[in-house]
Each structure stands twice: as C-alpha cells, then as structure tokens.
Design a protein. Structure first.
Length: 134
C-alpha cells in the first residue's frame, strides 16, 4: 500500500483519537470531495439545473458508498482524481497556473493513496496530449 493512505490515516488518528471513525474518515472525506467535485464540474460546464443529480446518483450506482467506509485508499483516490479533473476544468484552455498546480498536487495525492491511480493518470496524460495537439 502506498504511504499516502497511512499518512492520512495517522493524521486522522492524531486529530480525532484512535477509533474506527478516525481510521475510516480519510476515505469517507475523499468520497465527499468526489461528489463535490462532480457537482462543481457540472456547474462550471453549464449544467446548473441538473448538476446535483449525477453528483449524488453516480457514486450510488457504482457502489462507491459501499466501499467508502472501508479503511482503504479507494475513497482518497477517487476524491483526489475528482479534484484533479475539476482543477483542470477551472484552468481552462489558458492553463492558469494555480489550478494546474492543484491538479498536479491532487494527482500526487491520488498516486500516494492507491496504485490504481495510474489508470486515472494515464487518462489525464492522454487527454492533455490530445489537447496540446489541437
């Protein structure tokens, strides 16, 4: 398991004390960040009226809420990737530096939370390459 999951779990235990909640909290917060990122992404993209529906329904359909309370890195991974996609959308075609910095920071967090982040990172690299070729 990558070190990011352990570091965030230790931080949560240091703040809230040793309990089942503090061990599972980083993953649950990651899923919350995913839902908020989806909502904001859709709002920015012009879907103001229906933005909340996919942001809440998609995690239920894909059973994200079923494994989010487990003390694994999946929730942190999903939250970090969702934040990276949102930051890229905010950066726009101009490539504003502050959102791009947070996008790369989110990618680093996702990779340090779970090795499955490689698949998301490859997708982001392919999309950025296609954007640069246009």
């Amino acid at each position: 398991t990558p070190p990011g999951l352990h570091l965030l779990t230790r931080l949560s235990i240091a703040i809230f004390g040793l309990s089942e909640l503090s061990i599972r909290l980083p993953s649950v917060i990651g899923v919350g960040i995913l839902c908020c990122s989806q909502y904001l992404f859709l709002r920015i993209s012009g879907f103001q009226r229906i933005a909340s529906i996919p942001a809440l329904v998609l995690p239920c359909i894909t059973q994200v809420f079923a494994f989010a309370p487990e003390a694994r890195g999946y929730g942190i991974l999903l939250g970090a990737v969702g934040l990276a996609v949102l930051c890229r959308k905010i950066a726009g075609d101009e490539g504003k530096p502050i959102p791009l910095f947070f996008m790369w920071f989110s990618i680093i967090i996702s990779m340090s939370a779970h090795y499955y982040a490689v698949f998301s990172i490859l997708t982001i690299i392919i999309s950025e390459t296609l954007r640069a070729l246009q």
